[in-house]
Design a protein around this ligand. Structure first.
Ligand code: PHE
Length: 347
């Protein structure tokens, strides 16, 4: 029996040393110490021993059990450490490897300028509103005092959706004047930026889709002086205090009197020439038209239920792309629409 116990012990310790996984270890534990295990089997034979031998063997069996238990514990700790180490090695993150750079986008240059302009107007008390790009001819033309038969209503200039020329892509943001005055009573002060559409060929200063920023102020005693003051103020805020602008008389059916405002060409500085050649940005004009404006026509006020005897107002429509061209020194309007990232990334 003594030999049996010694054999169990030495085999057990060798087997335990060889076990590499928690599962193998558990299997051995059951095999060695379990109810049906080897050690139990030996102990069951104790009854056959003489009374003198029994305590001696009992003691020996106990020490074999403790030796096995000790070894089990030792292997458990060692295997656990090994498993952890292997896991750490497999999942290691090398924090010194250079990361992949994620290209950061930014606002489109035109939106940057739009944001700047909105901020300036909001600072002057204007409310910024939005309106539909698919518009009714009655808002885009008729109620703005643009009569049936007016050349700007021609199918060659305007994108219509129907044969009766009633639904169209707005050709200007001015219908927002009507929409706003329909729902608001003076004093009012609104700004309506948005896209407009015309059947134009694209060149350095034209595009079939472009953006306008409509402005409208209606209150008592508003004069042309207020209009000029507001526009000069805004241009100086956008272009700096030495901004060169000029007003020219013009005609719009919905304003009276009307004018246009030009900005000095940023490329040729008003000379119309670059290196002895006609300036391609302003076509030799020396000036770039930025906006149309004027005093709101009394008929337009009446069309919106506002008494022209009591109230007066001014309106303007700024060309956003052209304003951005001057602000960011861009020489060709088409660059703003091409969206070539090599161009966009310069801003
Ligand atoms: N809507 C005009 C245009 O597109 C500009 C304008 C706006 C003129 C407001 C007067 C008042 O040319």
């Amino acid at each position: 029996m003594k030999e049996q116990l010694e054999l169990i012990k030495s085999n057990a310790l060798t087997a335990l040393d060889a076990a590499e996984t928690p599962a193998a270890l558990e299997e051995l534990r059951v095999k060695l110490l379990g109810k049906k295990g080897e050690l139990t089997a030996v102990l069951k034979q104790m009854g056959k021993l003489s009374p003198e031998e029994r305590p001696v063997m009992g003691q020996m069996a106990n020490s074999v059990r403790s030796a096995i238990e000790e070894k089990l514990e030792e292997r458990k700790t060692a295997i656990h450490a090994a498993v952890l180490e292997a896991k750490l090695a497999a999942e290691a993150i090398d924090v010194t490897i250079p990361g992949e750079t994620v290209a950061m986008g930014h606002q489109h240059p035109m939106n940057m300028v739009l944001q700047e302009i909105k901020d300036i107007f909001v600072g002057m008390g204007y409310t910024v509103v939005d309106g539909p790009e698919v518009e009714l001819a009655s808002y885009n033309f008729t109620r703005l005092n643009i009569e049936e038969g007016h050349p700007s209503r021609d199918r060659s200039d305007t994108f219509y959706f129907d044969d009766n020329n009633e639904i169209l892509l707005r050709t200007q943001t001015s219908p927002m004047q009507i929409r706003y005055m329909e729902n608001h009573k003076p004093p009012l002060c609104m700004l309506a930026p948005g896209r407009v559409f015309r059947k134009d060929e694209a060149d350095a200063t034209h595009s079939p889709m472009f953006h306008q920023i409509e402005g409208l102020v209606v209150a008592e005693d508003i004069t042309m002086g207020d209009l000029k003051g507001a526009l000069i103020n805004i241009m100086q805020k956008i272009y700096g205090h030495d901004a060169q602008v000029r007003f020219r008389p013009h005609h719009f059916p919905f304003t009276e009197p009307s004018c246009e405002m030009d900005m000095q060409c940023h490329k040729c500085h008003g000379t119309g020439e670059v290196d002895g050649k006609v300036c391609s940005t302003c076509h030799g004009e020396g000036w770039i038209e930025l906006l149309g404006a004027g005093m709101v026509h009394p008929k337009v006020l009446e069309n919106c239920g506002i008494d022209p005897e009591k109230y007066s107002g001014f309106a303007f429509g700024i060309g956003l792309e052209r304003t951005a061209m001057g602000r960011l020194k861009i020489n060709d309007l088409r660059l703003i629409f091409d969206n070539d990232v090599r161009f966009l990334n310069q801003f």
